[in-house]
Design a protein around this ligand. Structure first.
Ligand SMILES: [Zn+2]
Length: 350
């Protein structure tokens, strides 16, 4: 592909505050590479258009491709856009005024004996952004993703990526006894860990002087150039996940090679894009209705034994690609990642 015809996908927290200023600036900075692709509602497109029309004459040219979609279509549209992008800019910003902070008792990581009963910690508000990270990983685009954030948020974001990357199977030995290395984290928040393989982070500051602006611009251009080069090097693609394979979305009665391991899986009742944790190995989904019939009324009402999430948030499956009544029905909680099994009409943690 020739320079100037690249697609640079811009992702941001869905339904967040208007970011017209940033999107227009990014498009002008990256115009020589190609088009900045943004995804959003028709309303968002119209307000962006109004903003662009009000710009002073003589402002730098903008090259934005706006892909319109409804909130319902968003998960599928974003898959398509990620799979056709040359490089991705991921704007991470708090949804409210600030990221949640860990205060007092929450800041101390729980003792081993209390870890499994300690409350889950919300790291980031805005599940849309975390889903984008999940999809970037499934489509093997993390290594061509550049994080953009306000300089003030850089250290928070970096520490959250490090925190979620920690292996929680082990406990740290401290003078006060063994402690968990992290608070208990939701499945979706854990997706942040995938960003440790991102191409880089380019922070901007709100002190908007010309020299800072030009530093941000040259830094961003350098990172984008490097990320695009990684594409031609075939970086990050594994044999198991053929990049020309159909997108990991929708349901199908046929076995498909799906993330995270590229093994054959039959996912025939839950849209793959709605799943946060897909089990490893050759598996077959057990229809939710059938699985719930195997549970007592009490077990169904109780939901996930780990996080008390609704039973609808649990994905049921068996190993193998064909229904076998002797196979244990296993389950993965999509809320807390807990690994479960149906035994004597109850859900138990494994
Ligand atoms: Zn759970």
């Amino acid at each position: 592909m020739m320079a100037g015809s690249r697609r640079i996908l811009y992702l941001r927290p869905f339904r967040s505050e208007p970011d017209h200023h940033l999107i227009v600036a990014l498009s002008a900075i990256l115009a020589k590479f190609g088009s900045l692709v943004a995804v959003g509602t028709t309303e968002a497109k119209n307000t962006l258009q109004d903003y662009c029309e009000q710009r002073e004459t003589g402002s730098p040219p903008i090259n934005i491709t706006f892909v319109e979609c409804t909130y319902e279509e968003w998960k599928r549209v974003i898959h398509h856009e990620i799979s056709t992008a040359d490089c991705v800019l991921l704007y991470i910003a708090p949804k409210e005024d600030d990221f949640p902070t860990m205060k007092g008792r929450e800041a101390a990581f729980p003792r081993m004996e209390r870890y499994y009963s300690s409350p889950f910690k919300d790291l980031v508000t805005g599940s849309g952004l975390l889903r984008e990270v999940l999809y970037l990983d499934r489509l093997q685009m993390i290594e061509r993703t550049i994080i953009i954030c306000n300089e003030e948020d850089t250290s928070y974001i970096e520490s959250m990526i490090a925190l979620t990357s920690t292996n929680t199977l082990f406990f740290m030995s401290t003078a006060q006894g063994p402690r968990a290395p992290t608070p208990r984290l939701w499945a979706l928040d854990r997706q942040l860990a995938r960003l440790r393989h991102a191409a880089g982070t380019v922070p901007f500051t709100s002190h908007d002087t010309a020299s800072i602006r030009s530093r941000f611009a040259s830094n961003l251009r350098r990172q984008v150039k490097r990320a695009i080069k990684r594409q031609s090097d075939g970086h990050g693609r594994t044999e198991a996940m053929d990049p020309s394979a159909p997108l990991p979305i929708n349901v199908s009665d046929d076995p498909r090679r799906l993330p995270p391991d590229g093994e054959l899986k039959i996912v025939s009742h839950t849209n793959v894009e709605d799943l946060i944790v897909i089990p490893n190995g050759e598996i077959m989904e057990v229809p939710p209705r059938k699985a719930q019939d195997m549970l007592s009324g009490r077990a169904t009402r109780k939901g996930c034994p780990t996080c008390k999430g609704a039973v609808e948030r649990i994905f049921f499956y068996i190993y193998g690609l064909r229904w076998n009544p002797d196979e244990h029905v296993r389950a993965k909680c999509q809320r807390c990642t807990s690994y479960l099994m149906i035994e004597e009409r109850r859900l138990i943690e494994v």
